[in-house]
Design a protein around this ligand. Structure first.
Ligand SMILES: [Zn+2]
Length: 237
């Protein structure tokens, strides 16, 4: 008989410093299906912080290399790969095929597209980000708050330091990705913790939990109660 976690279908968008550890944590937790989404190929600079890849994978599609490693370590997990980026044209459909999603992207446009889609589709999304020595994660469920409550809107691209540009500690990304996996599982198992931003400083080891409130004029406040799905039961048999 299938356990509850074996019926979970998890979507992992971005197979970088966050998506790799998140996929490992979900597979270890017994999640039955993982869909890996990333259009990129493995580069030498990825190797130190993205544990699924080794030298011989350079040039290969990240989703193919990661799926091969996962399948070898977790023969029971069902894997699906999508070698495309996520954008307005496909994000809702991708989320609707899953019970929970992990945001492992490093592009601000993709992050907002995922957050908006999580509100529209009522599929819980674990947001995460790592910049320099700070990692942070928050669960976005359909009641909000969402990424727009947190940041109001996408800042100009040059204002956002990327992981590659700002430097990042691989282990901090590993902790943050694993935390995203835990937040995602909490949502589908009825222990959701929305409205809390978990912040870890990798230099001082200080941890903070910041209460995030819904902005009254945000789309997520207006959509609350108007989505087409029940709040519980994210299980897909
Ligand atoms: Zn919002």
């Amino acid at each position: 008989m299938m356990g509850r976690r074996e019926r979970v279908r998890a979507l992992i968008v971005g197979l970088g410093g966050l998506g790799c550890p998140a996929s490992l944590a979900l597979a270890k937790a017994g999640v039955g299906h993982l869909t890996l989404v990333d259009p990129d190929r493995v580069e030498p600079t990825n190797l130190h912080r993205q544990p699924w890849f080794q030298n011989s994978d350079v040039g290969a599609l990240k989703v193919e290399a990661a799926a091969a490693r996962l399948q070898r370590s977790f023969p029971r997990v069902r894997l699906e790969i999508v070698a495309r980026s996520v954008g307005p044209e496909n994000v809702d459909a991708l989320l609707r095929e899953h019970s929970v999603a992990i945001d492992g992207t490093d592009g601000i446009e993709a992050k907002f597209a995922l957050s908006d889609a999580a509100i529209r589709t009522a599929i819980p999304l674990a947001y995460g980000g790592v910049v320099q020595m700070v990692g942070q994660a928050m669960l976005i469920s359909r009641e909000g708050p969402c990424l727009r409550c947190l940041f109001e809107g996408p800042p100009p691209a040059e204002a956002v330091p990327s992981c590659a540009g700002a430097g990042v500690l691989g282990s901090l990304a590993g902790v943050t990705g694993a935390l995203q996996a835990l937040l995602g599982l909490s949502a589908i198992e009825g222990r959701a913790l929305p409205g809390r931003l978990f912040v870890l400083n990798g230099m001082t080891m200080n941890q903070r939990v910041v209460a995030i409130h819904k902005r009254a004029d945000c789309e997520c406040a207006q959509l609350a109660g108007k989505t087409d799905r029940p709040m519980e039961a994210r299980w897909i048999a």
